[in-house]
Design a protein around this ligand. Structure first.
Ligand code: FAD
Length: 476
């Protein structure tokens, strides 16, 4: 499968230089006029969100620039000792993927550097000391990475331009829409009408011909990198998902060949293995959603409904989540809700919560609901929860906690602590949808929820074999 992907890229375009790069994927964050003069350090791709070598528009753009100016190319990742509440489960997955990036960069003669510390402390210093001429970064809509980019843009030498490429979305976020969209129905056509232009094949990142390559680059001291981590070490690694691009491709291959046929009909049934399971790799940028969509579309003649349903999730819904987080600074708190939802939750603030659980009771799966407890156990053990149950899980947290603020806080906290794909726009929007009606509409008014859509155990029983799921995870 990996060889087939490689061949696909080579057939697409002999070289990234000849490829008609879509300039709309790129935006200039800080300008400079004299790139290419006195900059033996060449072009640097500052990798943030898209931690892969191939199928990465940001690295492709950086290489294209370096080829045009006949300059060396390098990739830099800044590793911080802690990031929000990411723990060793997340760090191992991320760093495992980066070890593969190092190896693939080496094969292509592109030096890869991991700088220990925050980007603003380490990257400008690196750029100065190596006489780098231009920096290209990728894009995340979340406030942490946005602040890093803003700070680095200010701290870079004035003659070094910083450009940003949206390498995560199929249609670049700033092309799709310049405002917060209400719902999937308002963004769908804005995205789908542009897929003809943007859902294109990738050219390969090629062996870089300029500079000294990796001859003088020391291998990364991974034990030292692990030693500087200050994150929570108590959440175990998961076994089912191995980090990195190759494991991601295997997951994609298995999904297309074994599960895609079931995706449309069975994706809301947690007892059936019908989903892609790709979200950890997508979250860490170890595989591109565009690659997944391209591959799934090859099966469209056999599985039309499933291929379309997958693209709706992996493109439209995913890019809607990026849109929300980018245009709404309150993407993870109640201030970010629509006024109808906020007013409705407010009107029911005093409704009695019975039972009302503590964070510890939720975390330890100690509710009265065996389905909820089983879903929580799945999250803790496997670092994932089935997509359908995620909605049920978060809505029950609204029902069982003292205030909507607490419900949102607990759901984000537990999701981000245990889920491998946590701290993602999809996660913030998933919690805000479940608890605050984001991208949804008002429903029949009821206690606690107000007009927020309600889900219950009986509804789940009608949809799937709840007992079979409970038996599998053993929730009491
Ligand atoms: P598939 O069903 O195979 O879909 C393929 C891809 O499409 C996913 O990997 C994902 O990138 C995207 N996708 C699927 N469903 C959605 C959706 N509803 N919204 C946006 N994109 C979607 N997703 C995360 O990536 N990280 C999270 O932390 C996260 N937390 C969530 C919390 C709650 C309360 C809810 C309701 C949803 C959350 N989601 C999250 C969205 C969704 O549930 C997951 O993306 C999906 O379950 C991942 O499994 P999969 O890769 O097998 O998905």
């Amino acid at each position: 499968f990996l060889a087939y992907l490689e061949q696909q890229r080579c057939e697409t375009a002999a070289s990234v230089q000849e490829f008609p790069f879509k300039k709309k994927r790129v935006r200039v964050l800080s300008k400079a006029n004299d790139v290419g003069e006195n900059c033996p350090g060449g072009v640097v791709y500052w990798m943030l969100r898209d931690a892969r070598v191939q199928d990465n528009w940001a690295l492709l753009f950086a290489q294209r620039l370096a080829l045009k100016l006949e300059l060396p190319l390098a990739v830099v990742f800044c590793l911080v000792p802690k990031f929000l509440n990411a723990n060793i489960r997340h760090y191992k997955f991320m760093m495992g993927g980066l070890q593969e990036v190092e190896q693939q960069c080496r094969e292509l003669g592109i030096p890869f550097h991991v700088l220990l510390g925050s980007a603003v402390d380490r990257l400008p210093e690196f750029v100065r000391s190596k006489h780098v001429g231009a920096v290209v970064c990728d894009f995340s809509p979340l406030r942490g990475p946005r602040k890093w980019v803003e700070d680095v843009a200010k701290a870079l030498p004035k003659n070094v331009p910083l450009t940003q490429v949206d390498a995560h979305n199929v249609v670049p976020l700033w092309v799709t829409s310049d405002k917060q969209e209400y719902a999937a129905r308002t963004i769908r056509n804005k995205i789908n009408s542009k897929l003809g232009e943007f859902l294109s094949d990738f050219p390969p990142v090629i062996k870089h011909p300029h500079g000294e390559g990796c001859k003088k680059v020391k291998p990364i001291d991974w034990p030292a990198a692990y030693a500087m981590l200050e994150c929570d070490m108590d959440v175990d690694e998961v076994q089912w998902a191995k980090p990195g691009y190759k494991a991601a491709c295997l997951q994609l291959y298995e999904f297309c060949s074994r599960r895609l046929g079931k995706f449309n009909d069975k994706r809301n049934d947690p007892t059936v293995d019908a989903l892609s399971g790709l979200s950890p790799w997508l979250h860490f940028g170890q595989i591109s959603a565009q690659r997944c969509a391209l591959e799934v579309q090859r099966y469209r003649s056999q599985h039309k409904a499933s291929a379309d349903a997958f693209c709706e999730e992996a493109i439209v819904r995913r890019e809607l989540a990026d849109n929300f987080c980018y245009y709404n600074e309150n993407y993870d708190n109640l201030k970010g809700l629509s006024s109808w939802a906020l007013q409705s939750l407010e009107a029911h603030r005093k409704d009695k919560r019975d039972p009302c659980y503590t964070l510890e009771e939720l975390e330890q799966s100690l509710t009265y609901d065996d389905l909820w407890n089983s879903a929580q156990l799945q999250l803790v053990r496997e670092g994932k929860m089935h997509g359908f149950l995620r909605m049920y899980w978060a809505k029950k947290i609204l029902e069982w906690t003292a205030t909507p603020e607490q419900a949102l806080e607990y759901s984000i906290l537990l999701n981000d602590k245990y889920s491998l794909d946590g701290r993602d726009p999809n996660g913030y929007v998933g919690c805000m949808w479940s608890i605050g009606g984001v991208h949804d509409m008002g429903w029949k008014e009821r206690a606690i929820f107000g007009k927020i859509r309600y889900m219950n155990y009986q509804g789940c029983k009608r949809k799937f074999d709840v007992n079979a799921f409970v038996m599998r995870y053993g929730g009491k």
